[in-house]
Design a protein around this ligand. Sequence first.
Ligand code: KIV
Length: 271
Amino acid sequence: MSVHTQTSKVTTSVIRNMKANGEKIAVLTCYDYTLARIVDQAGIDILLVGDSASNVVCGNQTTLPITTDEMIFLTKGVVRAAEHALVAVDMPFGSYQTSEEEALRNAVKIMKESGADAVKIEGGEEILPIIRHIIQAGIPVCGHLGLTPQSVNQFGGYGLRAKDTTEAEKLLRDAQLLDAAGCFAIVLEKIPAALAERVTAAVSAAVIGIGAGDKTDGQVLVLHDMLGLNAGFKPKFLRLFAQLKDNVHNAVTDYITAVKDGTFPNENEKY
Ligand code: KIV
């Protein structure tokens, strides 16, 4: 049965209204047309073309190598599939940090060439002028605080963020600044649940958590992780809603056996 609650296209105002009405927001990453169609038709609110594509699609160790053109290529397929969901796309590492002008040029390029509805940008106060510049140009921005994977080399790993009071207070202030700048949503990644709850209450932007507890306005997971396609990855926050790796593996081994023993194709499978 479909869980489609909205028939029309999700916009940033729909997301803001969902927060105001206490309606939880469901977000998943997606990187291709075929899966995006299934996820969209199931009723997801936001499809995020995350730069986690660098890991999931391209096999890189970090999100750093993926380029703007590669993100645009992937996003085009997702946009073609999304009849209902809002499509947000990550601005990749290096595409916005250098200057306000460069950031806006790349945000415009992403919006023009991919057809996405919004961009997502990692960081707080340090990149506030950049975020303001992009929003002033009419491009909706989703912020991203806490564990921001593009800064993995600065953090020295993918551990829990904002455990101490100083970092927690900075994160809360950053969220308020992003909210005041006009971000329609803010992703909070891998931070204590109590802090995520405080942030959610303090801002009008919709707060979407990943590893940030149950009190945020919504949740996001990496699609391939929650489908159980990424066997070795089992952080505490991840629930496996399927175990597709075994299904895919078994289907492929059955196919290989059938080809090799000559039982595929059979009489009904040829012209
Ligand atoms: O790139 C990504 O997939 C993300 C989500 C984890 C929020 O940023």
